[in-house]
Write a protein that binds this ligand. Sequence first.
Ligand SMILES: Cc1cc2nc3c(=O)[nH]c(=O)nc-3n(C[C@H](O)[C@H](O)[C@H](O)COP(=O)(O)O)c2cc1C
Length: 200
Amino acid sequence: MSFLELAKRRYATKKYDPTKKISAKQINELKEIIRLSPSSINSQPWQFTFVTDDIVKKELASQSYMNEPSVNDVGLLVVFSVMEDIKYFEKHNISILPEGWITGFYEPMIKSNGDAATKTWMEHQVYLSLGYFLSACISLGLDATPMEGINREAYQRILAQDGFAPLFAVTVGYADLSDWMHPTVFPKSRFELDQVIRSI
Ligand SMILES: Cc1cc2nc3c(=O)[nH]c(=O)nc-3n(C[C@H](O)[C@H](O)[C@H](O)COP(=O)(O)O)c2cc1C
């Protein structure tokens, strides 16, 4: 199937079929794919937590507001987190990069803007991996939903994360065909091409 066809097919799934769970083989493939996600100067300031354990998933579901039922029904929940400590990030992720990337880009264009701007830039890299991941899911025939609507502090506590802070999570599974958001029922809504694309 072409990428355009896949883009039309993927949608933010609101209701999953609890009887159809993602396989261990597909989970392993998604792990390999997300590891290969690109990031600015290959900085990789992230951690991806794959949750399949029903007890942990139930706890996270209770902190997922309106998505609580879908987190409970789905087979896989992936939590996307950003590295918290900039000093550790620079020692572990930046210092191993080619010198020119550090002195020519990271130091003058990112670090020089201060800690808050550096953290925002790190978060951008994690968000970029979301787009990559959503495309990977639909290419494997899997439905998925990104969720910023989670209690991030509670997620961090439940997952006992050290040094990483959750930004958002993604449910991955098979849509229930009665889902009211399914594109065959609720057509995709986007601005027209000429409203969002300029060709010069
Ligand atoms: C970063 C991000 C965060 C989102 N957070 C939520 C969320 O918390 N709950 C939810 O049901 N959908 C969430 N969505 C899904 C969007 O509402 C959805 O992608 C958008 O309406 C476009 O619809 P489509 O993905 O079905 O084409 C999120 C999407 C993105 C990209």
